[in-house]
Design a protein around this ligand. Sequence first.
Ligand code: NCD
Ligand code: ZN
Length: 335
Amino acid sequence: MQLILNDPLDMHLHLRDGEMLHTTAPLSAHSFSGAIIMPNTIPPIQSKEALLSYKQRILEAMGSENFMPLMTLFFRRDYDYEFLSNIRDELSAIKLYPAGITTNSEGGVSGFDIEKLKTPLEAMSELGIPLCIHGETNGFVMDREAEFVPIYEKLAAAFPKLKIIMEHITTKESLQALDRYENLYATITVHHLLITLDDVVGGMLRPHLFCKPIAKRGEDRDALVQAAVNAHPKVMFGSDSAPHPKSAKECPGCAAGIFTAPIALPLLAELFEAHGKLDNLQGFISDHAKKIYGIKPPKKSVILKKEPFTIPKNYGDIVPMHAGETISWKISQVQ
Ligand code: NCD
Ligand code: ZN
């Protein structure tokens, strides 16, 4: 059995910078047609110069692949219309992190006072720049995302022309919010479609399954799976593939982030097939995102075959999710 995916898109990707970029960029560029590149590098991407030079480093690192890096800025309250209109053509979205909520987010927003966010969010609405949000409060870890839903709703109501992407959603509460506001959209990762908190801490501690937001309950995962496999038109694939060196994962203070970029498509094929919904993968992996973001990525056909594939133990210094395990689909050809 085989499956052809056209122009796969990863709408939430951490490529990092420096040495690691030379491992990550070619892997994503091989099997995806484009990706939304997260700006939480060290230092974060907050100016046109930083964005253009990061894009250049990505283009150089990815080699000869046909791949469109869709660049983002790290949100700041002082972005205004003039600054944003000057960078509009290079920009696909702006990413907002609550301060300190995840890896390299110290410079994020504290408090969600609409008045204080008006200047950048009104400018983004006018310029048609989507706002991607890491929606977690600093409450109890299992409740952080559900507690953030009222903030999503407040923003969606205050800025009705602004496209707001609820990033890497993990709960049924977030899915319900999607249907209440026309301007709310969401990304879902492959790991949140496959694992629950039990897989992370229910037996031996599994550092390579630790990420933010933390995986939740079975009922949450099942609700996410239903939205994805039934091709909810406001839901897009975003891997949130977040590589860290092995030494930062296998240590007392394990960094949050799961590396899935090179294995995401076979894992999704396996999942959609198990639900008898292989036909709906094209929408989740590309068509919904093209429509929501209004983008035209380069043409690419990824041919997947139903054949056993053993996930490598490592990609350079990075250990992927399910390292060493055998799955039932693999990428056989990209053209
Ligand atoms: C991400 C990272 O490492 O940059 N980590 C993660 O667990 N997902 C940041 C993020 O998206 O929260
Ligand atoms: Zn992320």
